[in-house]
Design a protein around this ligand. Structure first.
Ligand SMILES: [Zn+2]
Ligand SMILES: [Zn+2]
Length: 195
C-alpha cells in the first residue's frame, strides 16, 4: 500500500490538499478498484490542485497514461470509472477544515503579506498540522459524499501521427498542426508570442 510519505515524496511537500487526495485515492483502491496498471480505471478530476497528485500516485490514474481526465470546474469532485463493467463512483469532498482561531487568522494574513517571522511560521505550521490530523482522523462519511454513477468514459484520443512544423522543424501531432501562409506549422509558430 502506498503510504502518505510516498505521496509526499512525489509531490514535494505535505499539505492538507494532498492529504484529502490521499484519502480519496485510498478509498478508491480499497473499495472500488485495484490500482490501475493500464487504463482499466479512469479518474475524472474537476480541479488541478495538490490533491490530484496523491490521486495519481495511489490509483495509477495518471496524466501520462491518459486515464486521468481534467475538467476545469474548480470543484472538489473526483469521479472514477471502471472500464470493464462501466461502474463508477463520484466522490465529492464535503469536509470543512476546523474553524480558524482569531490568532490563526491573523498569522495567516501576516504570512500571506510576506511576514515569515518565527512566531508567524510557528502558528501557520501548527494550523497545517492540525488540519492534516483532522483529515486523517475523519471518517469517510465526514469527508465525502459518495454516489454511484454510470457513465461512458469520455473519449480522449491521444495518439496521432506527427508532422514536422515547417517553421521550427519540431515534430507536432497532426491534430494540433495549423496551416499558416500555406505552410504547416505548430501552434507556437502559428501564434507568435506563445510559449
Ligand atoms: Zn501541496
Ligand atoms: Zn513550429
Amino acid at each position: 500500500m502506498t503510504t502518505f510519505d510516498d505521496v509526499v515524496a512525489f509531490h514535494g511537500h505535505t499539505c492538507p490538499g494532498l492529504a484529502l487526495g490521499y484519502r480519496v485515492g485510498e478509498y478508491v483502491i480499497r473499495n472500488f478498484s485495484p490500482r490501475a496498471k493500464d487504463e482499466e480505471l479512469v479518474a475524472i478530476v474537476e480541479n488541478d490542485s495538490c490533491a490530484v497528485d496523491a490521486i495519481q500516485v495511489l490509483t495509477g490514474c495518471t496524466f501520462g497514461k491518459g486515464n486521468l481526465i481534467f475538467i476545469d470546474y474548480g470543484k472538489q469532485v473526483y469521479t472514477f470509472l471502471r472500464k470493464p463493467d462501466g461502474e463508477g463512483i463520484r466522490i465529492s469532498i464535503k469536509w470543512e477544515s476546523p474553524p480558524e482561531t482569531p490568532e490563526e487568522a491573523d498569522a495567516w494574513r501576516k504570512y500571506q503579506n510576506g511576514d515569515s517571522s518565527e512566531e508567524v511560521l510557528r502558528i501557520v505550521h501548527h494550523r497545517k498540522t492540525k488540519k492534516l490530523k483532522a483529515i486523517f482522523e475523519a471518517s469517510t462519511d465526514e469527508l465525502f459524499d459518495i454516489k454511484e454513477v454510470r457513465m461512458e468514459v469520455p473519449r480522449v484520443a491521444r495518439l496521432f501521427p506527427s508532422l514536422r512544423c515547417q517553421v521550427c522543424g519540431e515534430k507536432v501531432m497532426e491534430t494540433k498542426a495549423r496551416v499558416k501562409g500555406g505552410r504547416i506549422v505548430c501552434i507556437p509558430c502559428a501564434e507568435e508570442g506563445k510559449l
